[in-house]
Design a protein around this ligand. Sequence first.
Ligand code: GUN
Length: 283
Amino acid sequence: MTAITIDGKAVSQKIKEQVEERVKSLKEQGVAPGLAVVLVGENSASLTYVKNKKKTCEALGMRSDLHQYPEDLSEEELLAKIEELNNDPEIHGILVQLPLPEHIDEFKVILAIDPSKDVDGFHPISVGNMVIGKEAFLPCTPHGIMKLLEHYGIDPAGKHAVVVGRSNIVGKPVGQLLLQKDATVTFCHSKTQDLASYTRQADILIAAIGRAKFIGADHVKPGAAVIDVGMNRDENGKLCGDVDFAAVQETAGYLTPVPGGVGPMTIAMLMENTLHSAENGLQ
Ligand code: GUN
């Protein structure tokens, strides 16, 4: 059996087309959605991500301001910038790219963002609302994963979902969203013993580990849906995920590629969150 490849590029394209239409109609009502992206320091991966976010915003007709600062920006200066963006009526979404330099307290910065503009879904108010199933900005990568499952008709209800990785950005929230869709959820992490004994039970396996090609065929139950959140370089410097695609392809039922799986969905969901925030401003 060869797995069906989950085409995140195609699904994200559809979502972006819908966003573009809604942006047009919002602009006709006099509101131009705006996203402020804040980048501190010289992290090259962060710069690539941030440029991509800005480019996509503009392609869909949304305003996007990039506020780029040197590594030695003080915490006070960053907090002051966030306050200014909180009070700017033309900015509907604020995204502070992580990681931040060590001298800046990441949690303090996230707390400073107005929850009504928290398009990353990282503020504790957003996280809390998500966990209790109330309206909230959902974090973009987990939300994108749920959209992919939905698009391919993979209903989590009653299934065993195993999440490998417990980050605040991906592992923890995707587990919560799967639980809300009635999956039985197991979290695994770096201290889990005999990882494969858990992952082999997964009907839905989420790999968010950060280690190139870590998940092999021996980790996967035949027919499982395997979602690869990894973004690594292999021994030849080629982009690859946390899953050994070629090996797992023969066992899994569904599999996301890297690139072209989860990655494009993250950006599409950020666009949708920003648009949604601007639409909320109309009410
Ligand atoms: N760093 C890695 N992923 C993300 C993300 O989704 N949002 C932000 N703000 N920073 C990140």
